[in-house]
Design a binder for this molecule. Sequence first.
Ligand SMILES: Cc1cc2nc3c(=O)[nH]c(=O)nc-3n(C[C@H](O)[C@H](O)[C@H](O)COP(=O)(O)OP(=O)(O)OC[C@H]3O[C@@H](n4cnc5c(N)ncnc54)[C@H](O)[C@@H]3O)c2cc1C
Length: 184
Amino acid sequence: MAWAFVNKFAVDEILNLYVSLKPQIIDPKRNLEFLHAISTFTKASVGSAAVTTYYEVRQALGGFGYSYYSELHEMINNGDINTTWEGDNRVLLQQTARFLMKNCNRVATGKEVSTEHLGYFKAFNEDKAGMLAKVADIDFNAEDLGLSQVIQVYQYFAAKTAFRGMDHFTEALGAGKDMFEVYL
Ligand SMILES: Cc1cc2nc3c(=O)[nH]c(=O)nc-3n(C[C@H](O)[C@H](O)[C@H](O)COP(=O)(O)OP(=O)(O)OC[C@H]3O[C@@H](n4cnc5c(N)ncnc54)[C@H](O)[C@@H]3O)c2cc1C
């Protein structure tokens, strides 16, 4: 249920980003790809979380949650489609994954990332051990633990996961699998 609140902040932030990027949308070479990648992720994440949350609420209310009088049945029924409409969530997540792996490939072949928001991919590719050492040094119990340190941790694990995905992708293609099999 807490995830539903996290999503609320994420969606607000993306709406702000959309408003600030609107003037650039007429130039598709700029941050449009980035906006696409985070909106496909957010729709899939929020849509799936909504479905899970309805069921959690239903269970938290016990037998009453199942009862017609809780009025949850209508919300559950209406919410269920969030995994499918406006794009199947699995397919949308694949679009985000594709964007991230393309950027891994860009840095691995000496090119610039397509958005400054993925600058940490370059840092990871150049010195992953150094990045890990910085994360390992963070004291999570410190009273002055700041947002920038939390972001550092997320960036390390996000880059690690994306690069691992790209390696897996490259290996599978090298082993003769076709694109469809690799994405599955
Ligand atoms: C109530 C409702 C209202 C709608 N309103 C509109 C509307 O107003 N305008 C409009 O244009 N459309 C509308 N749609 C269509 C909607 O956008 C599509 O249903 C949605 O995009 C999913 O596409 P699909 O039904 O073809 O399912 P698919 O994309 O074919 O998905 C079916 C299954 O195949 C899996 N799958 C598909 N591709 C892959 C892949 N590459 N890798 C792995 N698994 C895969 C999916 O995970 C899913 O389990 C509406 C749909 C509904 C149900």
